[in-house]
Ligand binder design. Structure first.
Ligand code: GLU
Length: 493
């Protein structure tokens, strides 16, 4: 029986959670869920100059917004804690001491001048091996101990076994990747200030946490042979690696700030739904069956597999994300849209104090007309804000005035519309009745339908692009519709 899956997402809090990191997190989470495994969140904060607590908090918030719940990690704890590398210094020290005692690591006293001179000499003699020249590798143990104890500065280096040979990784995405033995360096595992290097701390943690699969960006592929050396020195089993491809912008270049928003919270603030965002990112390098694009979270969490990760770089296309978001919005029922989208957006935009006070029937009608017209949450207020204004506070946009009102004959159109609408009983004020009442007007006035409805729309909505007129007017209410028409008449010719 194979060991239960344990995976980790290990962001460095040197910045926000970006699209690439979010996708790595999603893949780890989905892989854990699909295999009934454990998803661990670990904060790789060993770079004290660039890691901040604020960034850690931003990352945790982003993870929560994405809905990627972790089974072990900050705030939830777990049997392998602590889950921040700065709190695990003792473990790295113990591991380093053990390797030293076992002769699998050794102190190196070379000064940076010495190292530089060796590097230069290796280059000049065109030595195929340009790494550390192993000067301190054969210092007798007693002598090395004495120098360490005397306070001479040193780093700890791993001792790559003489006969190690090439390192071959069976990567779940890239297949077999071979790293030439000649390139294996006795690299530094503990710096002179006692702090562990990334390749060492990561492996000590991954081994201690029983990580079975390391799923991460392929910018880390080149670190992998070094990490394999550490696993072997520690006598720990090497996990399965899955290095996922880069994400490119639509111009084929590596995704960066130039392509617009890159951090998760920018997308949250721009009005994307977490489900849609997760769905979209999950497809950047993975597919369910090569064609399905709408993949609900539970399907992702049950069907995700490493086999279907692609080697090729993925393209982040904001237009496709918009499309996906609109699909998710449209798939909501009116009640769900009212509750999850309308209410918070109307409150956020200051259009209503408390959306709970709006009658349910109105919210459902509003949901019905707004839902198909927005791609992002932030667009809600723009589409229906005018409904919540009054005849006094409504703003008329220039185009609406020019095209819909300030034209010869429009004053009489408004008069006719007003009279027709006024004749409707207040009880009868609903979309169907309003539409039916306005319907014969163009013929009666001998004008084009478009001209008449444009004038009424401009008068009542203050713009020319609002949702269907009957429903919009039903929501505005009879008295205010008439008052709006009165106000618009002052602008009509
Ligand atoms: N802290 C590393 C990073 O953010 C983690 C790399 C890894 O997954 O090993 O890139």
């Amino acid at each position: 029986m194979t060991a239960p899956v344990r995976v980790r997402f290990a962001p460095s809090p040197t910045g926000r959670l970006h699209i690439g990191g979010a996708r790595t997190a999603i893949y780890n989470w989905a892989f854990a869920r699909a295999n009934h495994g454990t998803f661990i969140l670990r904060i790789d904060d060993t770079d004290p100059t660039r890691s901040t607590e604020e960034n850690t908090q931003i990352i945790l918030r982003a993870m929560r917004w994405l809905g990627l719940d972790w089974d072990e990690g900050p705030e939830v704890g777990g049997p392998c804690g602590p889950y921040a590398q700065t709190e695990r210094a003792d473990l790295y020290r113990e591991a380093a001491e053990r390797l030293l005692a076992e002769g699998k690591a050794y102190p190196c006293f070379c000064t940076s001048e010495q190292l530089e001179a060796d590097r230069k000499a290796a280059k000049e003699r065109k030595d195929p091996f340009q790494g550390y020249q192993r000067r301190c590798r054969n210092i007798p143990v007693d002598e090395a101990r004495a120098r360490m104890e005397a306070g001479e500065p040193y780093v700890l280096r791993i001792k790559v076994p003489e006969d190690r040979g090439d390192v071959v990784i069976d990567d779940a995405v890239h297949g077999q990747v071979t790293f030439d033995a000649k390139e294996l360096d006795d690299f530094v595992i503990v710096r002179s200030d006692g702090t562990p290097t990334y390749n060492f701390a990561t492996v000590v943690d991954d081994a201690a946490m029983g990580i079975t699969h390391v799923i991460r960006g392929d910018d880390h592929l080149s670190n992998t042979p070094r990490q394999v050396m550490v696993y072997e020195a520690l006598g720990a089993p090497t996990p399965t690696f899955a290095h996922i491809s880069m994400i490119l912008g639509t111009d084929g270049k590596k995704l960066s700030k130039r392509h617009g928003a890159t951090s998760v919270e920018e997308y949250r603030d721009a009005g994307y739904l977490s489900d849609a965002f997760v769905n979209y990112l999950s497809l950047l390098g993975w597919s369910l069956d090569g064609e399905t694009t709408i993949i609900p979270r539970d399907v992702l969490a049950s069907q995700f597999s490493l086999e279907r990760i692609s080697k090729n770089p993925a393209t982040f296309d904001p237009k496709k994300l918009d499309w996906m978001n609109a699909e998710y919005l449209n798939a909501m029922s009116d009640a769900e849209f009212a509750d999850k989208v309308l209410a918070p957006e109307l409150e956020e935009a200051g259009l209503v104090d408390n959306a709970d006070h709006l009658p349910m029937a109105e919210m459902l009608l509003l949901a019905q007309i707004v839902k198909p017209r927005v791609k992002k949450l932030g667009e809600v207020a723009g589409v229906c804000g005018m409904i919540f204004k009054t005849a006094d506070t409504l703003e008329y946009d220039e185009k609406a005035v020019k095209k819909g009102l300030a034209k010869e004959g429009m004053a009489s159109v408004l008069d006719a519309a007003r009279a027709t609408l006024d004749a409707l009983a207040a009880d009868d004020w609903n979309a169907a009745a309003i539409d039916a009442a306005l319907e014969p007007l163009p013929e009666e006035l001998d004008l084009k339908k478009r001209v008449v409805f444009q004038a009424v729309r401009a008068a009542v909505c203050g713009n020319l692009v609002s949702p269907p007129l009957g429903e919009t007017m039903e929501l505005i209410g009879k008295a205010d519709c008439l008052a709006r028409i009165d106000r618009a008449k002052t602008m009509a010719l």
